[in-house]
Write a protein that binds this ligand. Structure first.
Ligand code: G1P
Length: 305
């Protein structure tokens, strides 16, 4: 066990209060739906994807959400803002519950916005939030990955950070032939309670390797808790895969210089940024809906598959 693998709650570990949500991407995997609307605003069942992600932040104890937007993303800001005309209209129609629900979306957490002016990559989008984050640890949640459930992945990562003082990223196994779609990590088992064997100390990270070059089949899921030192690593990161500044490459520096955990998190993720993943998320979340999940299940049973 190396010095930095030791168990215990380090003193002076700051609370994770902020989260960065990169939402500047053009959504090319979801055209034509994303031609004139942000992919983050595509609705899964009855709310936009980005609302699920903001709700995950709130359920994980995050107090300030920083959304990194770009051109054509104004509807995201409108969604988390008050809409007095709509609220008044609903009140006047006696729909107090709906008015309250609409208001709650804007009240659930403080949201700030900053813009990534050029699509230079995920790492660059996170770097754009540097001043808003400041000198404290923060979470990163990718808006097109949905991880519904009672125990949010972000909360699990925050627990690792609070316990160890080191950054942690969520990973899950993917089929070997799909490694080129993800950041892939390699780590050695470094079990500690309560995470047990699910906690790995990262040795290597590669962004979107071909299967023959992938160091493992553990893929980065789109949830991260990182120390502020990542910004210095990002500033030293040259364009990588796709000629973009990759967060994965900056984390490679971070892992080497400071240490970084991979957590095989508990939960199921949906890549709602591509069409099949979006459909799977829609069907599964619709089945869980308390209002019409039962009726939807009955409907599905009538389909001749
Ligand atoms: C990004 C990250 C990648 C990660 C993936 C998860 O890639 O760069 O490391 O595995 O999200 O969805 P993207 O899907 O934005 O190309």
């Amino acid at each position: 066990m190396s010095q930095s693998d030791k168990v215990g709650t380090p003193s002076g570990v700051k609370r994770v209060r902020k989260a960065v949500l990169p939402a500047a991407g053009l959504g090319t995997r979801f055209l034509p739906a994303t031609k004139a609307q942000p992919k983050e605003m595509l609705s899964v069942v009855d709310k936009p994807q980005i609302q699920y992600v903001v709700e995950e932040c709130v359920a994980s104890g995050i107090e300030h959400v920083i959304i990194v937007t770009g051109k054509g993303k104004n509807s995201i800001e409108d969604h988390f803002d008050y809409n007095p005309t709509l609220e008044r209209f609903l009140e006047e129609k006696g729909k107090k519950d709906l008015a309250g629900m609409v208001r709650k979306i804007s009240d659930m957490v403080q949201v700030s916005y900053t813009r990534q002016k050029e699509p230079l990559g995920l790492g660059h989008a996170v770097l754009v939030a540097k001043d808003l984050v400041g000198d404290e640890p923060f979470a990163v949640l990718l808006g097109d990955v949905l991880i519904p459930g009672e125990n949010p992945a972000t909360k699990q990562l925050i627990q690792v950070y609070q316990q160890t003082g080191l950054g942690a990223i969520a990973v899950e196994e993917v089929p070997k032939e799909k490694t080129h779609l993800y950041g892939i990590v390699d780590g050695h088992a470094a079990p500690q309670a309560p995470f047990g064997e699910r906690l790995l100390r990262i040795r290597e990270l590669v962004e979107k390797p071909k299967p023959e070059n992938a160091p493992s089949n553990l893929a980065i899921t789109g949830r991260y808790v990182l120390p502020p030192e990542i910004f210095d690593c990002l500033e030293r990161t040259k364009p990588g895969a796709g000629n973009e500044i990759q967060l994965t490459d900056a984390m490679k520096i971070l892992a080497k210089e400071h240490g970084l955990w991979a957590l095989i998190y508990e939960g199921i993720s949906y890549d709602a940024g591509e069409k099949l993943g979006f459909l799977k998320a829609t069907v599964e979340l619709a089945l869980q809906n308390p209002e019409f999940g039962g009726a939807f299940r009955n409907y599905l049973k009538t389909l001749k598959l």
